[in-house]
Ligand binder design. Structure first.
Ligand code: ARG
Length: 469
């Protein structure tokens, strides 16, 4: 018999010809999945412990495996590990190095296991950790928003519908809208983590294994919620990856909308806020420019994350059970998603901690566009006039104001009374911006008092979330 042509490969036995050089590089994943080395080693140590406890490995073999893997981890972390493309992926690279390190015991590690359940386990271990970091970053951004909302709880700004001035609101209330979106995002990641927290190990290639393994014990060692119920599903399921990308996409959709507002608000035309210099860049040609690059880039990254969600959904849609090599394509979109949402959240939290507000400008803008017209209608309803009639009366008053170039609050009492004799001098209390926002004094309303109460409730919520970690 000829010497095997794929001598370094653990599956060389069946093959006569060496792998085509290009195919070897094309099918390898070590270039990106080496990032999973810590989780791969963690999974292998738990697997070896379980095998020894079940008498499938000797205690000596198990100790040698654990020691060897520890030394390999150290070598990887200090840059002294030689990754090899011909060993295809992180799993075979580490197993090969282990055998070189400790001899035959290394060859026994793969007993009752396959790369199929191994890789599914590694990604779940990695993702669980990653979700923890994402949750921490969301909380940090939410905290920055609470601080800003508290500082600006009574700052008046125009609220918009159709990007037209609608009614006065407070800047704090607006910030708390973003807080609420992020709160749902945190909930989605927590939910995703629950389903990622299931252990595939023990499924082996697809059908389970003939060895007397103890999956509950491996599960306990790795801190998973429970072992996967079905071996076929365990090795082929990537729902958790799709869910993560979906939660990430919704988060990025929120950050992108948020970015859009920051970009508009920091423009000369709005002039509501000033982003700190540390989060902007200049122009190489126009000396006056200060560009909101950070929110623009986050808005741009939303597209890339949506793309990853589409890639993962499409990756899965045609796959028959159980494992297929297609699944190797799950990692790059996942890694890129995690890196970019983490980065976007971090930069946003830092940026929102340094936002300057131009209160005068916001106030002036809220005064324009007859933003207290609804308040005047509500006032008339309070005087016994049906809302539809009140709406008509105020419409006429607004038309008069437009012709005159004056806001409702700038009309005198005689002028106002021409539209309805029910109007008294107390009307000016409701036509002021402060009166308008203070009157919306119920849960969810824009009154400064309610904004402060919402902030207090949110701080308690965040404390509970931190307590659960
Ligand atoms: N690199 C592979 C992946 O990421 C590991 C599993 C390979 N399994 C196999 N049967 N070829 O999916």
């Amino acid at each position: 018999m000829n010497a095997p042509k794929n001598a370094d490969k653990p599956w060389s036995g069946r093959f006569d010809e060496p792998t085509d050089a290009f195919v070897e590089a094309f099918t390898a994943s070590v270039g990106f999945d080496r990032r999973l080395y810590k989780h791969d080693i963690q999974g292998s140590i738990a697997h070896a412990r379980m095998l020894a406890r079940q008498g499938i490995l000797s205690d000596g073999e198990c100790d040698a495996i654990i020691d060897g893997l520890g030394r390999i981890r150290e070598r990887i972390e200090t840059g002294g590990f030689a990754w090899s493309v011909s060993l295809e992926d992180v799993h075979m690279n580490i197993e090969h190095a282990l055998t070189a390190e400790i001899g035959d015991a290394g060859k026994r590690l793969h007993t009752g296991r396959s790369r199929n359940d191994q890789v599914a386990t590694d990604i779940r271990l990695w993702l669980r950790e990653e979700i923890g970091t994402v949750e921490t970053e969301i909380t940090r951004l939410q905290t920055a928003l609470l601080d800003l909302a508290e500082r600006e709880a009574a700052t008046i700004m125009p609220g918009f519908t159709h990007l037209q001035v609608a009614q006065p609101i407070t800047f704090g209330h607006h910030m708390m809208a973003w807080y609420a979106m992020l709160d749902r995002d945190a909930g989605r990641f927590a939910d995703c983590r629950r389903r990622a927290d299931v252990m595939p190990l023990g499924a082996a290639a697809l059908a389970g294994t003939t060895y007397p393994i103890d999956r509950a014990y491996t599960c306990e060692l790795l801190g998973f919620g429970r072992p996967a119920e079905n071996s076929l599903d365990a090795v082929s399921d990537r729902d958790f990856a799709v869910e993560f990308a979906a939660a990430a996409s919704i988060l990025m959709m929120h950050l992108s909308r948020f970015s859009e507002e920051l970009i508009l608000w920091s423009s000369a035309q709005f002039g509501f806020i000033e982003l700190s210099d540390a989060f902007c860049t200049g122009s190489s040609i126009m000396p006056q420019k200060k560009n909101p690059d950070v929110p623009e880039l986050v808005r741009g990254k939303a597209g890339r994350i949506f793309g990853h969600l589409m890639a993962l959904l499409t990756l899965m849609k045609g796959q028959p059970l159980a494992y297929n090599k297609d699944n190797q394509e799950d990692k790059e979109p996942l890694f890129d998603t995690a890196d970019n949402i983490r980065g976007s959240l971090k930069v946003f939290a830092d940026m929102m901690g340094h936002v300057g507000c131009n209160r005068e400008r916001m106030r002036e803008s809220a005064k324009q566009g007859f933003s207290t017209a609804t308040d005047l209608a509500d006032y008339l309803v309070g005087k016994g006039i049906p809302f539809r009639d009140a709406h008509e009366v105020v419409g006429k008053a607004v038309a008069f104001g437009v012709r005159e170039g004056r806001d409702l609050a700038e009309l005198d009492i005689e002028e106002l009374r021409r539209f309805s004799p029910a109007i008294g001098t107390d009307v000016f209390d409701v036509l002021t911006l402060e009166g308008s926002v203070a009157a919306r004094n119920h849960i969810g309303g824009t009154a400064p008092e309610q904004v402060r109460a919402a902030i207090a409730r949110a701080r308690l919520d965040l404390q509970c979330r931190r307590g659960q970690d």
